[in-house]
Design a protein around this ligand. Structure first.
Ligand code: URA
Length: 427
C-alpha cells in the first residue's frame, strides 16, 4: 500500500475503494501507518468528505479491527440506543431496563463525559459498588441473565476507533460527519445488534449546533446501519435545554429511579418512550409504535422496569439502596421579571464540570455528588428573585458558578415558544 497515494487521492476529491480503506485502517492499527500520515488522511476526509460507500467501508473495517460480540441463535433480539449526547440525558438508564422487560436484550456499551456532556458510566458509578469495567464474558453473562447490561468498552473492542479518535481529538478532525459516523457505528455494530435507534440531538447543548448538521449526521448513520444489514432509525431531538430536570451524576440516577417509579419529567419520558417504541417495532416485537409505547408504559406502571434496573445494578455489583450522596442545595434566583427566552445548555454543562461533576483533564477524579436541577424551561414566565435553577455544590464553589448559570439563562420581555422536542424521524 502506498499511503501517500491514498492521502493524495482523498485530498484531490477522489473516492477510495473499500480495499484501500481497509489497508489503511489495518496498517494504522498494526502501527505500520504512522500518526502523521493518518492525521493527514483524516484532515483530507474532514475537508473532502466521504461517499456513503466509503463511510460504510470505513465503519466495517473499524468494526473488524477488534472482537465483535456473537450471540447464539434463538435468543431475544439484541437492540441498543445511541445518543449523540446532551446535558441531563439519562435516557439509557431508563430505556435499557424497560426494553429488557419487553422481550429484548440490551448489550449497551457506554462512554464517559465528552465535551460539556455527561457520560452514562460516570452517572452509574454514583451507585455504590457499580462496576462499569465488565470483561466480555461478564458482559454477555449479565445481558443473558438480566436482559440488559451497561458497561464500558473493553480494550479489544474497535481498537481502530480508540486510536483514531485520540488522533482526531488533537488534530481538529472530530467534527467530520463520515468520521463521526464510522466511530459511533463501528462501536455500536460491534455489539452484534438486530436493531439500533439513534437519538441525534441538535442545539445549544449538543455536539451538532444546527438542525441541518444533526439531520446530515442522522442520515449518514442510518444509511450506514442499513447498508451493514442492521435495521436502524434516528430521531432528531432538541438539546436547546437540558433533558429532564436533573444534570450531574448522582442526581441523574435519582431522577431515573423516580422516572421508573412513574414520576419522570414529561420531556424525558417522551424521548424515552419514542426511542423505545422505535426499537420494539424495528425488532418486530410490536407492529405499531402506539402498541410499543403502551407496552413500555406498562413496564413502568407495573414496577417491572424499576425491578429490572435493580436487577441489572445488582448483577454489576452495585447497591441501589445504598445512599448516593448529593451536595448541599442552593437556589439561584431570577435577576428580573420576564420569560425564559433561551438557555445556553452547553454552558450549564461546563458549570457542572467546573463544580467537579465532569472532567477537565483525562484523569480527573469526579465529584459525583454535584449537579443542577432546572426549575424553569424555555417559554416559562419568571419573577425577580424566584429560583431558576438549584445547584448542588459545596458553598465555596457557588459564586463563580452562579455567574455562569445566570449568563446561561436568558430572560427577555416577550414569551417565546419552546423548540419542538422531537423534530423528525429518519429511517
Ligand atoms: N462520539 C464518538 O464516539 N465518536 C465521535 O467521533 C464523536 C462522538
Amino acid at each position: 500500500m502506498n499511503v501517500v497515494h491514498l492521502i493524495s487521492k482523498k485530498r484531490d476529491g477522489g473516492e477510495l475503494t473499500a480495499d484501500e480503506i481497509g489497508a489503511l485502517i489495518t496498517g494504522y492499527v498494526r502501527g505500520d501507518v504512522p500518526d502523521y500520515q493518518m492525521s493527514a488522511w483524516a484532515m483530507a476526509v474532514f475537508i473532502r468528505g466521504m461517499t456513503v460507500a466509503e463511510t460504510a467501508a470505513l465503519t466495517e473495517h473499524m468494526l473488524h479491527s477488534g472482537m465483535t460480540f456473537e450471540w447464539p441463535e434463538g435468543e431475544s433480539p439484541k437492540v441498543d440506543k445511541h445518543s449523540t449526547g446532551g446535558i441531563g440525558d439519562k435516557v439509557s438508564l431508563l430505556l435499557a431496563p424497560l426494553l429488557a422487560c419487553c422481550d429484548l436484550q440490551v448489550p449497551m456499551i457506554s462512554g464517559r463525559g465528552l465535551g460539556a456532556t455527561g457520560g452514562t458510566l460516570d452517572k452509574l458509578e454514583s451507585i455504590p459498588g457499580f462496576r462499569t469495567n465488565l470483561n466480555t464474558a461478564e458482559f454477555q453473562d449479565v445481558c443473558r441473565r438480566v436482559g440488559c447490561v451497561i458497561s464500558g468498552a473493553t480494550a479489544d473492542l474497535v481498537p481502530a476507533d480508540r486510536k483514531l479518535y485520540a488522533l482526531r481529538d488533537v488534530t481538529g478532525t472530530v467534527p467530520s460527519i463520515p468520521l463521526i459516523t464510522a466511530s459511533i457505528m463501528s462501536k455500536k455494530l460491534a455489539e452484534g445488534l438486530d436493531a439500533l435507534v439513534l437519538d441525534v440531538k441538535w442545539g445549544s447543548g449538543a455536539f451538532m449546533k444546527t438542525l441541518n448538521e444533526a439531520r446530515a449526521l442522522a442520515k449518514s448513520m442510518v444509511d450506514t446501519g442499513k447498508r451493514m444489514g442492521v435495521p436502524t432509525a434516528a430521531l432528531l431531538t432538541d438539546m436547546n435545554q437540558p433533558l429532564g430536570r436533573m444534570a450531574g451524576n448522582a442526581v441523574e440516577v435519582n431522577e431515573s429511579v423516580e422516572s421508573l417509579q412513574g414520576n419522570g419529567p414529561a420531556d424525558m419520558m417522551e424521548v424515552t418512550l419514542e426511542l423505545g417504541a422505535e426499537l420494539l417495532v424495528l425488532a418486530n416485537r410490536e407492529k405499531t409504535a402506539a402498541a410499543a409505547r403502551h407496552r413500555l408504559e406498562k413496564a413502568i406502571s407495573s414496577g417491572a422496569g424499576l425491578e429490572k434496573f435493580r436487577e441489572m445494578v445488582a448483577a454489576q455489583s452495585g447497591d441501589l439502596d445504598a445512599p448516593r450522596p448529593v451536595a448541599p442545595a442552593h437556589d439561584v434566583g431570577s435577576p428580573w421579571d420576564g420569560y425564559v427566552t433561551s438557555i445556553d445548555t452547553e454552558r450549564l454543562g461546563y458549570a457542572i464540570i467546573h463544580l467537579g461533576g465532569g472532567r477537565k483533564q483525562l484523569n480527573d477524579k469526579l465529584d459525583l455528588s454535584v449537579g443542577l436541577e432546572m426549575l424553569v424551561r424555555v417559554g416559562d414566565a419568571v419573577e425577580k428573585g424566584k429560583p431558576l435553577v438549584r445547584v448542588f455544590a459545596k458553598p465555596d464553589a457557588l459564586n463563580e458558578v452562579k455567574r455562569d448559570l445566570l449568563a446561561a439563562i436568558t430572560i427577555g420581555d416577550n414569551r417565546v415558544e419552546a423548540p419542538a422536542l422531537i423534530v423528525e424521524r429518519i429511517a
